[in-house]
Design a binder for this molecule. Structure first.
Ligand code: SAT
Ligand code: MN
Length: 582
């Protein structure tokens, strides 16, 4: 290997972990075929029906290892304050003693794969190289879908030592010895004891969000948990939008939205479904790239009604994790098209019938598919400079309180809306589902440093930037008194995107409210929808008492950051309470 720094690190890791064999991955077809053959041989993968799902495989993870484990995820900065109150912190010394040691001999009897990967389009000034060392062939095959992996990354790296190091081992898969540690100062990640998603595919949450967010702070850009889409209007003009929702709140569905028949001439182009790296361009605008090359999407609920583009994307060359299996050898999950099959094999490999108490697919089961297979993939997907962003949307899953859509009064107010986001928890992380938690910018589990500093970075980077995006807040999930969703969601969300694009282009007036700017009468197209005037009123209702309660809750959250919290956000929260009282 040409890169001396990299070969020295690989040697050092091999000496510690003691693998039987070391394989340097080049990302080729042939290498991938060999890996897949090996995994079919030892049961790590099950081949799916080759006629209906060509080149597709099912992987069943350990039943204790099915989601990200936030309580075992650590930021290992020297100073505890730099991790902040939303992160778990471990000192670098303790990490070395407690976690580093677990790698001693961890790869005995296994193959150690060295996986160079590029985050971002080839040739992009925003792209960054990472190298993951892993003993999981499933991780290698997944990284090949999720990133630009192999030779292309080594070429981009050349002789440089400018790359993010990630060391991953399955260890013994015991939750007692499971840790995901991040060392932002060293751009280093240690992950042991899990083979699952964001715990093990280190390019994704660990590098592209936690480590990259600290790099972005230092270098003056943003690494965000956001989808990127282009909304094309009937005149052919495309408005690019980023949106931050917490895990499993519909980012993939929105990014791949298919306009309903009523929305003639409109089209959504998918640039990314999970992560955006945003930089200030020479024109003073924010330009976004998607650092990833694939989708790691939530399977349950994906159907030709909710996301036909995802169904088309995952129908070939994909890896499924913890979904159910039909007798025909095709994947299945709750919410899939058609009637529920009379008999299935569930995600654990057991026989399942519609009478079974547990779901057939794990609620956080996933598909891993190449982005280029998506029918709505943007022609700009590989553009080295990215796409210019006109709007940033924050949102969460909230049964009450938050209106369908409103716009921030200015950039700092927009940062306030992001900083005070809250959402009901989902199955994407272990823990209780459905409890409201504060999840600023959908980054709470993914910000690699003190979020007080993160908010300051947001405020400062956007100060005096007239060409920066406008900021909006949406909530597709508001329910009426009876518990029924007030808004149809999915493809009909296009109508909300249209209002946002109109605001950005100066083609909608909006109306001032104590929360921000909402659509003026008639500006949100609801023609042909089953949303009556009463439902529309409820969707935009501002209930004073609950909002005063909310402002108190926000104050407590903002104050938990102490002196690190920018004054401006505290003032905006007092301002909200004052407007509600008025
Ligand atoms: O498991 S992942 O962290 O990759 C997916 C998610 O939680 O968004
Ligand atoms: Mn995500």
């Amino acid at each position: 290997m040409k890169n001396r720094n990299l070969s020295a690190w690989v040697d050092e890791v091999a000496q510690q972990t003691r693998p039987d064999r070391v394989v340097f991955c080049d990302g080729s077809e042939e290498e991938n075929r060999t890996l897949i053959q090996g995994m079919l041989g030892d049961g790590t993968l099950i081949a799916l029906n080759g006629e209906r799902y060509p080149n597709c495989y099912l992987h069943r993870s350990d039943p204790t290892d099915v989601a990200r484990t936030e309580h075992l995820t650590f930021i290992c900065s020297r100073d505890k304050e730099d991790a902040g109150p939303t992160n778990n912190w471990m000192s670098p010394d303790e990490a070395t003693r407690k976690v580093g040691r677990l790698f001693d001999g961890a790869m005995k009897g296994r193959t150690m794969y060295v996986v160079p990967y590029l985050m971002g389009p080839v040739g992009s000034p925003s792209a960054k190289v990472g190298v993951e060392i892993t003993d999981s062939p499933y991780v290698v095959a997944s990284m090949r879908i999720m990133t630009r992996m192999g030779k292309v990354a080594l070429d981009a790296l050349g002789g440089s030592d400018d790359y993010c190091r990630g060391l991953h081992s399955l260890g013994d898969l015991s939750p007692e010895r499971r840790f995901v540690c991040h060392f932002p100062a060293e751009r280093l990640i240690w992950s042991i004891g899990s083979g699952y998603g964001g715990n093990a595919l280190l390019g994704k949450k660990c590098f592209a969000l936690r480590i990259a967010s600290t790099m972005a702070r230092d270098e003056g850009w943003f690494a965000e948990h956001m989808l990127i889409l282009g909304l094309e209007d009937p005149e052919g003009r495309v408005t690019y939008v980023c949106a931050a929702f917490p895990s499993a709140c519909g980012k993939t569905n929105l990014a791949m939205l298919v306009p309903p028949a009523s929305q003639k001439g409109w089209k959504v182009w998918t640039v990314g479904d999970d992560i955006a790296w945003l930089r200030i361009g020479p024109d003073g605008r924010l330009w976004a790239i998607n650092p990833e090359a694939g989708f790691f999407g939530v399977a349950p609920g994906t159907s030709s009604r909710t996301n036909p583009n995802a169904l088309a994307t995952l129908s070939r060359s994909s890896i499924f994790t913890n979904v159910a299996l039909t007798p025909e050898g095709t994947p299945w999950w709750e919410g899939f098209d058609g009637p529920v099959p009379p008999a299935l094999t569930d995600w654990r490999g057991n026989r399942w019938t519609p009478d079974s108490k547990e779901p057939a697919a794990h609620p956080n089961s996933r598909f891993t598919s190449p982005a280029r297979q998506c029918p709505s993939i943007s022609p700009e997907f590989d553009a080295p400079g990215g796409v210019p962003i006109s709007a940033i949307i924050f949102g969460g899953r909230r049964a009450r309180l938050a209106p369908l859509v409103y716009e921030a009064r200015d950039w700092t107010h927009g940062v306030y809306l992001g900083a005070t986001m809250a959402s009901e928890t989902t199955a994407a992380a272990t823990g209780k589902v459905g409890v409201v938690r504060r999840d600023p910018m959908a980054m709470r589990p993914f910000c690699g440093y003190n979020m007080g500093d993160y908010f300051r970075h947001w405020i400062e980077l956007g100060a005096n930037r007239p060409a920066f995006p406008k900021i909006f807040h949406v909530n597709w999930f508001r329910q009426g008194e009876s518990g029924k969703f007030l808004w149809p969601g999915f493809g009909e969300n296009l109508r909300v995107l249209r209002w946002i694009a109109a605001r950005v282009r100066g083609a909608a007036e909006g109306r001032e409210t104590p929360l921000g700017i909402m659509p003026a009468d008639g500006e949100l197209d609801t023609s042909g929808l089953d949303v009556n005037d009463e439902a529309l009123r409820e969707l935009f209702a501002i209930d004073r008492e609950p909002w005063l309660e909310e402002a108190r809750d926000r104050a407590a959250f903002l104050e938990s950051f102490g002196a690190r919290m920018p004054e401006a956000l505290l003032r905006l929260n007092q301002d909200l309470a004052a407007r509600m009282r008025a």
